[in-house]
Design a protein. Structure first.
Length: 117
């Protein structure tokens, strides 16, 4: 199994290939005990949001034999959360991301995105 940082970077790169926008990888390990990294990406519409999350799930099962511990948000597909323990993925519809602005809440996290994309 990959280290959490390596897994978070792989997830971000995969979401980029699926046309994810404004991708962020935040190291929050020094801020919370619930996870080490947040991967945050935007989608232009609900269909793309759902598809990006589903494709990421399938990719991780195929390549890493890794299934999400929990997942939420597929019904409306405006903010899908996939919990992989050490990495939590947030795939947002653009409007929800702007409204909730979780980057502001975790502003003390270290953004790794400049290193990968």
């Amino acid at each position: 199994m990959k280290e959490p940082k390596e897994l978070a970077i792989e997830m971000a790169e995969f979401l980029f290939t699926k046309k994810g926008e404004n991708i962020q990888v935040l190291d929050v390990s020094h801020l919370t005990s619930i996870t080490e990294f947040f991967v945050i990406a935007s989608a232009r519409n609900a269909i793309q949001c759902r598809t990006m999350a589903e494709d990421l799930e399938d990719h991780l099962i195929e390549t890493e034999q890794l299934e999400a511990r929990r997942k939420e948000g597929y019904r409306e597909s405006r903010w899908v959360v996939l919990d992989y323990g050490s990495v939590i993925v947030h795939v947002f519809h653009e409007q929800e991301r702007e409204f909730y602005n979780i980057e502001r809440l975790w502003a003390d996290g270290t953004n790794l995105v400049k290193q990968i994309i």
